[in-house]
Ligand binder design. Structure first.
Ligand code: PNS
Length: 164
């Protein structure tokens, strides 16, 4: 059985990697699909192509994982790819309300099931937005993102002038 792990992945974090690795043990194949989140419009650091490139590098060691991108509705993607299972990670209760709403909406719109994987508590405080903020000030993110993300963040912020 195959599943889709959709998200913004701007960039992928160790929390995403934890959920993805565990999903890849459960499902025969997992497609990580980089999508637009309307709530984050205008707040992206990496464009879609950059995010896909980071994901491809970060997931190279996972043989049953592939990377894709789609600009429309998740349910349309699921239908086009003939998939019916969405994987999403939950870090804390605060994620639940939003995830519950989109899981119900996606099932209503596209007859797809959402399977939740609880992110390891070790990563429960990690989010892409926090990672971007830390990296923008030259902070150390190597522990909380895969190497591919850390490298891309260093390159992105290499020329930024920071206050003393
Ligand atoms: O990593 P994120 O930002 O929490 O992922 C959210 C994402 C991209 C999966 C969600 O915004 C999404 O499914 N976007 C595609 C457009 C869509 O289907 N929106 C309706 C969701 S009810």
């Amino acid at each position: 059985m195959s599943a889709v792990f959709p998200g913004s992945f701007d960039p992928i974090t160790s929390g995403h990697m934890d959920v993805l690795t565990r999903a890849a043990r459960i499902f025969d194949h997992v497609t990580v699909t980089v999508m637009h989140n309307a709530r984050k419009r205008g707040h992206h650091l990496f464009d879609l192509e950059e995010r896909v490139a980071i994901l491809e590098e970060a997931t190279r060691h996972l043989p049953n994982v592939s990377v894709d991108t789609f600009g429309g509705l998740l349910v349309d993607y699921m239908r086009l790819q003939n998939r019916s299972i969405i994987v999403r990670g939950l870090r804390a209760v605060s994620d639940y309300e939003y995830e519950l709403q989109i899981a119900h909406l996606n099932r209503q719109l596209g007859d797809v099931e959402t399977v939740f994987i609880m992110a390891a508590t070790r990563w429960s405080f990690v989010s892409s937005s926090m990672v971007r903020e830390i990296a923008s000030y030259g902070g150390e993110v190597d522990e909380i993102v895969p190497q591919a993300s850390a490298k891309a963040l260093r390159l992105k912020f290499a020329d930024v002038q920071r206050p003393e």
